[in-house]
Write a protein that binds this ligand. Structure first.
Ligand code: KIV
Length: 270
């Protein structure tokens, strides 16, 4: 029996996630509200309250203007909807620039929400910050490769791990993050050879997004995977549903029925 089915009803924690490495692929999805979090409650092991909500929920062009207040508000909603998966709070841009700031903000996350971990973008240059958090009992998920919070400083979303030198740098980043005490690392937008090398080099799980099949788990942004976000469609984002079409069709039916006075019929009338 898989860890997933054994633990079907039990709360997932960081120890469950660590134990899944090399045993069973880990599933993670983003959520920003209680309604969808509740729908995801019984399936995935982890829910990420990603700062991607700044784009897909708030309609901004990138994640950079997300702030602690927004992230806390959405995380509380997700924690209300989903009780079983491990919930990860994505630290917004600027909230972990120094050890003190990171600790102050991560402490706020634990005090004001039920999230069990925070996620931080960056490689070995962030190791000291991650160590400060883990030494102060905050569970941390790293995030390397394509890092959306670097979109302006790097001039776009750049796929990483294209040559041996860059693969080696990514492996070193992952090792530094593991040594700093992180329990898992998101590996985003890297060539699959790089994701494989990173996954083999560390003993904590890698969670891939646009990183091929050799990571220890996968994460997708819910609005991409269910076809609601139409502004931009990354190559890796498989659509499991054409949500936007379903909504438009349903809305058209509603508008037609109101216009021709077939809604509300007797069935929907007191
Ligand atoms: O914000 C987010 O949704 C993320 C995922 C892309 C991993 O960081």
């Amino acid at each position: 029996m898989s860890i997933h089915s054994q633990k079907a009803a039990a709360k997932v924690n960081v120890s469950t996630i660590r134990k899944m490495k090399s045993v069973e692929p880990i599933t993670m999805v983003t959520a920003y509200d209680a309604l969808f979090a509740k729908l995801f409650n019984d399936s995935v092991e982890m829910i990420l309250v990603g700062d991607s909500l700044n784009m897909s929920f708030s309609g901004k062009p990138d994640t950079l203007s997300a702030n602690m207040e927004m992230m806390i508000y959405h995380t509380r909603a997700v924690c209300t909807g989903a009780k079983r998966p491990l919930i990860v709070f994505d630290m917004p841009f600027g909230s972990y620039t120094t050890k003190d700031r990171a600790l102050k903000n991560a402490t706020r996350v634990y005090r004001e929400t039920d999230a069990q971990a925070v996620k931080i973008e960056g490689g070995k240059e962030r190791a000291k910050i991650i160590k400060t958090l883990t030494e102060n009992s905050v569970a941390v998920m790293g995030h390397i490769g394509l890092m959306p919070q670097f979109v302006r400083s790097e001039g776009g979303y750049k796929v990483k791990g294209k040559d041996d030198e860059n693969i080696q740098a990514l492996v070193e980043d992952a090792i530094a993050i593991e040594e700093a005490g992180a329990f898992a690392i998101v590996v985003e937008g890297v060539k699959c050879e790089a994701a494989k090398a990173i996954t083999e080099a560390i003993s904590i799980p890698t969670i891939g997004i646009g990183a091929g099949v050799d990571t220890d788990g996968q994460v997708l942004v819910w609005s991409d995977m269910f076809g609601f976000f139409e502004d931009f469609k990354p190559k890796f984002a498989k659509q499991y549903l054409n949500g936007a079409k379903l909504i438009r069709d349903a809305m058209e039916s509603y508008v037609d029925e109101v216009k021709n006075r077939t809604f509300p019929s007797k069935e929907y009338t007191y």
